[in-house]
Design a binder for this molecule. Sequence first.
Ligand code: PLP
Length: 389
Amino acid sequence: MDPNKKYRFDTDLAHFGEDQKHQGAVIPPIYQNSLFVFDTMESLLDNMYNNPGGPPHHYSRVSNPTLELLEKKVAHFEGGEACKVFAAGMTAVTMAIMSQVKSGDHVVTVDGIYGPAKVLLTSYLARFGVECTIVDGRDTQAIIDACKPNTKLIYLESPTSITFRLQDVPAVAQFARSRGIVTIIDSTYNTPIHMKPLDMGVDIVVHSLTKYYGGHSNATGGAIISSKKIIDNIIMNEVLMMGALLGPFQSWLFTQGSRTIKIRLKEHEKNANTIARWLEQQPQVKVVHHLGLESFAQREVFQSTMKGSSGLFSFETHSQDKAEVMEFCNRLKLFGRGISWGGFESLVVAQHVQPMDYAEPSWFIRLFIGMEDVEDLKEDISAALKAFK
Ligand SMILES: Cc1ncc(COP(=O)(O)O)c(C=O)c1O
């Protein structure tokens, strides 16, 4: 690559940040080191106290060249100034939130966010005097109305896990900016291919790299992308004290995944659209919650905030019989019964949840559509649907 030339997105996906020569190696090597030595004591001390995030790097609890390459790429794809990568998506979520709140602060979030993030905001942080209000995120005015003078943070996830509900991200970000409230969004579902929240005015983006960045279900990881000021602050506080960064080998795997993320995402999206359209015609199915469907309830918000959907959606059946729901899941042969998603393989998980506007809990069956042939997947689902009497 010519370091002085600005390339287009797809070229960047393949090559961005790889301007160092490593003896001609096409794939940059893994720096599997805990520490790095310096020529002089003065330069080590200067690095430790004035530039702990590197480069150059002095200690892998804080930074490492293999992580740095992935961080450069992820920051660039997201349109952010800087990035830090962590041992899991939840580590990134936790570090990002902890970096913004203190005792006495109030947080607003939306109904349906990823379970452990909800636990962190509503019960764990309550131990430290942080209060949280949950509202129906489809209603921007409800988010605005929930804000108080001490609201420090609005935490978003669009679409929400399991229920697939959207927020009007630019509208919320604009309001938050006008009030000096920080916004964080979990954009794992979207990836930077389908949404660029920083361009919409969001302050901090978090990702579970475990999902689409990885793409092969072989590592967990997370990323925070934001301004250099915010990331430097996280390095000087949360990272210095807690570490919890991604390991060099995992970083190397996610760098591999980042090169093919776009073509994989498009394939998942195409397959999921086909299956979701077919599934909503099946008599056992009450509703399919998939962003890519013409019938999707928030189609306008989807079209105005995202460039596409992806391989993940849920559906509810007319039958709410637990034994039948379990039997459906157990009959599937091509869908693994497992959490997580974003890899090459199809997955199913059933969850009994009660969205704020539901009178009672309902079974949401979430499918992740992998790289298998859609006709084989349809036949598999079709056979399993016979579990519903
Ligand atoms: C939307 C979303 N955010 C965050 C996470 C947490 O990521 P990790 O499992 O890498 O900690 C998940 C995991 O399933 C997720 O689905």
